[in-house]
Design a protein around this ligand. Structure first.
Ligand SMILES: [Zn+2]
Length: 171
């Protein structure tokens, strides 16, 4: 693992594995159908797949909205359903791993991905406005953090990570 910059291939493998666990934890919490993520896939981006102007090393990750999904077979029904993605900001995540309370990438990745997937579920199913006002977004962050804490409570090694949010990490 490098201390700065891009994830290595093994880092990317770890975060993609963490995303699978995050998916199932979020499914269980919201009592969604097992095929939720198959029917409504999201994209997982790291810096490697991200245009330079979307890279922001001050936040751990963001949920991004990619626009309508063009499904040729079912264009009408699908046309207005936006696709979401999780944009992981490699350097911010790698930097966080160097803090005194060392976290491992698996645990931090699980935490960040669970948080972002909760955002996605709430955008899709709870009619949360992706383009809400600053105040709305701040309130939404609190809700998402609370839900993430509930989901991860009792999951190994995540307790300290839940304090990251209060310590000012943004995602
Ligand atoms: Zn967030």
């Amino acid at each position: 693992m490098t201390s700065e910059g891009f994830f290595t291939e093994s880092d990317r493998f770890i975060v993609s594995r963490a995303s699978l666990l995050a998916e199932s934890l979020v499914l269980r919490y919201f009592d969604l159908a097992p095929d939720e993520w198959t029917k409504n896939p999201y994209s997982l981006f790291t810096w490697k797949e991200t245009a330079p102007w979307l890279r922001d090393s001050n936040v751990l990750a963001q949920t991004v909205r990619i626009g309508s999904r063009n499904n040729a077979r079912n264009l009408k029904a699908r046309d207005d359903i936006p696709c979401y993605g999780v944009l992981l900001q490699d350097p911010a995540i790698l930097r966080t791993l160097l803090r005194p309370h060392k976290h491992d990438l698996w645990t931090l990745g699980l935490f960040v991905l669970t948080h972002e997937l909760v955002h996605i579920v709430r955008f899709r199913r709870f009619e949360v406005d992706f383009y809400g006002s600053q105040e709305d977004r701040e309130n939404e962050e609190k809700v998402v953090h609370k839900v993430t804490s509930e989901i991860l409570s009792g999951v190994e090694n995540t307790d300290k990570l839940l304090n990251l949010y209060e310590s000012g990490s943004k995602f």
